[in-house]
Write a protein of this length. Structure first.
Length: 108
């Protein structure tokens, strides 16, 4: 499915699907926070470590299905498939952008 996403969000999905994790700086602000599985990960190094561990643990892929925008907040519904019970699942990814980059991401 072809969904139009801001560059930083599209790049995040690429990184999530196995692209170079060093691209995190391209996606996120320096002080960005990711909320996932009841944990918060702040800053590029922490976010990069979280992505690597999630890929190692779940060997997942993620596909955006739909997007809704309100001001600088984007809600993306995505199908996540991988090595975890109940796969695939559809999860909401809520992004708050600052100057075109992700400042807050909540996955759930």
């Amino acid at each position: 499915m072809n969904i139009q996403l801001p560059d930083s969000i599209a790049a995040f999905f690429e990184v999530s699907n196995g692209a170079d994790a060093l691209a995190v700086e391209r996606c996120f602000t320096e002080t960005a926070v990711v909320h996932d599985e009841s944990h918060a990960h702040q800053g590029h190094e922490s976010i990069r470590a979280w992505l690597r561990e999630a890929q190692r643990k779940y060997a997942y892929t993620v596909e955006p299905l739909a997007v809704a925008q309100q001001d600088s907040t984007f809600k993306v519904r995505a199908r996540v498939s991988g090595n975890f019970p109940g796969s695939p699942v559809e999860l909401d990814h809520v992004y708050e952008l600052t100057s075109g980059r992700i400042d807050v991401l909540k996955i759930g």
